[in-house]
Ligand binder design. Structure first.
Ligand code: CA
Length: 413
């Protein structure tokens, strides 16, 4: 075990400088009939938190972690080898088997669970033109073979979700790309995954993570609506939900909460990769979420949805290259957990007060009777609308009152 010198953390009345203590997060506290720890199913992200080094295109590693030295170093090397360096599929699988035996042992010793597992079908050179959407079926087959092992591993480790990160599923040029063929192949790839999942009795939720760009110029999983449309077109919507990463949402040109709202509206919000980008930068910075307004809106959607299980809030966030102290890692996680806990508290107050919900209900009240009711249930016709307008004439101008909503929202922050 690595000893960090960080004490056990719990102090709701901590002062502003006590950044190593929770001020908002209180696991056992019940809000709207559910414990905070059940509303906020946090997970630590292995590849950023434990493997991140702070290296970027302009410089070498800045984050030197104790677990990268000594005995854990060999485990890390083994893990890397398992994912990338097996010279054959059989060798990769053997490496994966060995490292997941260790993971399983550590899970049973600590009680730490796997929120979600995934397959890296994008980093290796063979996937440079895509995995499920590769123009060469040989590559697609390799991805299928790896996915099969990935699903076996998810079952072995008791993963509650399995995420499909389509990082190379997209294109750079329409000139060399048969878009219709690639989308169909991707759908059939997913169908094979569903079939194998059912065959082995894997109980986890399948998730797709939308992303609009990086590395491809155009990614097929552009945003929540693109993915939902794709799933419905290929009759896959009952087998998948979405893992929304707000940093990807903002890369798609939407507001932070947009994809969370849209996915939830279609009953497709399965999990949240809880991070944030920099609004003034156009790439995926994967920062820890520290904006209480953002987490308030996200938690309001989750509480209104009623449940996020078996999904959760995965901190797909990495330390800034300049945050070099080991303590910073704890400050980041505690601060982000508190940001979400405060967002949850705010959301619960907004929902319990019902002021905003009442205003929204009033705004749409014309759909609760008469012609509006028939539009709502789908029985109205254009002829009926023409008759209605001939009788009633021009509608009254109704204020949207955006600033009023924003002012009221501010009251809860
Ligand atoms: Ca992610």
């Amino acid at each position: 075990m690595v000893h960090t010198g960080i004490p056990k953390i719990r102090s709701p009345n901590a002062g502003p400088g006590d950044v190593l203590r929770f001020k908002q997060y209180n696991a056992e506290e019940v809000l709207m009939g559910r414990k905070m720890e059940d509303w906020l199913r946090f997970s630590v992200c292995y590849w950023h938190t434990f493997c991140g080094t702070g290296a970027d295109q302009f410089g070498s590693p800045t984050l030197h972690r104790p677990w990268n030295e000594g005995t854990m170093d060999s485990a890390k090397k083994r893990l890397r080898a398992a994912f990338h360096q097996g010279s054959t599929l059989e060798e990769s699988n053997r490496n994966l088997e060995e490292i997941t035996d260790l993971a399983l042992q550590l899970q049973s010793e600590t009680g730490i669970k796997v929120l979600w597992a995934t397959c890296n079908l994008f980093a290796h050179q063979r996937y440079m033109n895509g995995a499920a959407t590769n123009p060469d079926c040989h590559v697609l087959a390799y991805a299928g073979a790896q996915l099969k092992k990935g699903l076996d591993t998810a079952k072995k480790l008791g993963a509650e979700n399995f995420v499909f990160c389509g990082a190379r599923e997209g294109f750079f040029s329409v000139h060399n790309t048969d878009v219709a063929a690639e989308l169909k192949h991707m759908a059939n790839f997913f169908k094979m995954a569903v079939k194998y999942k059912e065959k082995i009795g894997l109980k986890c939720q399948f998730l797709i993570e939308p992303k609009p760009k990086e590395p491809c110029k155009h990614q097929y999983d552009y945003d929540a609506m693109s993915v939902i449309g794709f799933l419905q077109h290929y009759c896959l919507e009952s087998h998948f939900k979405l893992n929304i990463e707000p940093n990807h949402t903002t890369l798609a040109g939407h507001s932070y909460e947009h994809d969370v709202v849209m996915a939830s509206a279609f009953g497709m919000l399965g999990s949240v990769d809880s991070n944030t980008g920099s609004p003034d930068l156009g790439w995926d910075t994967d920062q820890f979420p520290m904006d209480i307004r953002n987490t308030t809106v996200v938690m309001k959607v989750i509480v209104e949805q009623g449940v996020l299980q078996p999904g959760g809030l995965n901190f797909d966030a990495k330390m800034r290259r300049e945050s070099t102290d080991l303590q910073d890692l704890f400050i980041a996680h505690i601060g982000a957990m508190d940001t979400f806990a405060r967002g949850l508290r705010n959301a619960v107050r907004i929902i319990k007060d019902g002021l905003i919900a009442g205003m929204v209900k009033q705004r749409y009240s014309s759909f609760s009777h008469g012609l509006g009711q028939r539009v709502e249930d789908g029985s109205a016709s254009l002829e009926e609308m023409e008759a209605f307008i001939k009788q009633t004439g021009e509608p009254n101008v109704t204020s949207g009152k955006q600033e009023k909503y924003e002012s009221i929202f501010n009251h809860y922050i």
